[in-house]
Design a protein around this ligand. Structure first.
Ligand code: UDP
Ligand code: MG
Length: 322
């Protein structure tokens, strides 16, 4: 396929989005229709919804859209597997038909008009185009502070992610073929993508407010994602523990000299307060260290199981089609 008339699949993960889809589906479909009409993409281009085991009517809606509009297809995960898993499922399923895949959230927060520019970047040679938010004015102050803290902490601990880039991006089929060689089940796509390499570019946009419904990323999930991101991309925390250990050991060594000196000098040391402080401090440091190491062992445990990263239970099209 030439770079000039690519088949585009817009992949959209959806978890309990029945309130949002009636608003955003016409936007996504309209976008595909516009792109096809202007001959920016091939007429076989589609919107592909990935239902992530929703508990509401999301899948029914997707099926309805797929049967009434030739530009819409849907796949459904066998149960809720999380955002990252659904994005991955959609990208690989779409790659069977598509030359380029754009992933975007269902909630209409990311500016769909960026897609034209993303496609233009692809045509001029990029294998991946990152959508980057230029500000977070539309997010609540709390969301903004926690989200920016998220990137700072990630960088601090050695997980290189593109600042203010979520999972709104274009990837080419070639990029996906190489990405599929990364077999890890601890998925943190944002951190994984830069490791694949190739020519890349950015497109900046303003992020809107969620059109309806609620965010599925409360602080607890965001902390979980940060922890996964850091521990699946970097071993810096383990290094930090090692240096912490070295520093405490050095400090204890000096302490021992001081203790012996006091003993032989005959100064009576009451000792309780300092002993207590040191024991509790070391106890804390040890527990944290064990926790961090445990986090990595947990990751190894999950990797050795080689569980599937996604499971598709339903499709709105025949698998043997095309
Ligand atoms: N999502 C998903 N599975 C989940 C949680 C979320 O597929 O378990 C989807 C959700 O439908 C949306 C996207 O991931 O399309 C991002 O979620 P959300 O908008 O709630 O997160 P935020 O933008 O607030 O970070
Ligand atoms: Mg959102």
């Amino acid at each position: 396929m030439s770079r000039n008339n690519p088949i585009l699949y817009i992949v959209i993960p959806c978890y309990n989005e029945e309130q949002v889809l009636p608003h955003t589906n016409p936007m996504f479909v309209g976008k595909i229709e516009e792109l096809v009409k202007n001959q920016e993409v091939h007429p076989n281009s589609k919107v592909m919804y990935v239902n992530d085991g929703s508990k509401d009517k999301t899948w029914e809606l997707i099926q309805e859209y797929a049967s009434s509009n030739p530009f819409v297809v849907g796949i459904s995960q066998s149960r809720n597997r999380g955002h990252q898993s659904s994005v991955l499922a959609g990208m690989y399923e779409a790659a069977e038909f598509a030359d380029i895949v754009i992933t975007i959230d269902a909630d209409g927060q990311d500016d769909i008009d960026c897609m034209n520019q993303m496609i233009a970047e692809y045509k001029s040679g990029s294998e991946i185009v990152y959508g980057v938010r230029d500000n977070r004015e539309t997010d609540s102050a709390f969301k903004r502070i926690t989200a920016e803290g998220f990137y700072k902490v990630m960088h601090l601990f050695g997980a290189d992610v593109v600042f203010n880039h979520a999972d709104y991006r274009l990837v080419s089929k070639r990029f996906l073929q190489e990405l599929s060689k990364f077999k890890e089940v601890n998925l943190f796509l944002r951190g994984l993508m830069p490791l694949v390499g190739f020519k890349y570019s950015y497109v900046t946009y303003k992020r809107h407010e969620r059109i309806a419904g609620e965010s599925h990323y409360p602080l607890s999930k965001m902390l979980g994602l940060a922890m996964d991101g850091i521990t699946s991309l970097s071993i810096k925390p383990i290094r930090l523990i090692t240096s912490l250990g070295v520093m405490t050991s050095l400090f204890s060594f000096l302490l021992i000299i001081w203790v012996l000196w006091s003993k032989f000098a005959g100064t009576v040391v009451a000792g309780w307060a300092s002993t207590y402080a040191i024991v509790s401090l070391l106890g804390g440091v040890q527990l944290i260290s064990l926790g961090v190491i445990g986090e990595y062992i947990g990751k190894i445990y999950l990797e050795t199981k080689k569980r599937p990263r996604y499971i598709i239970s339903d499709r709105t099209y025949d698998e043997s089609d095309e």
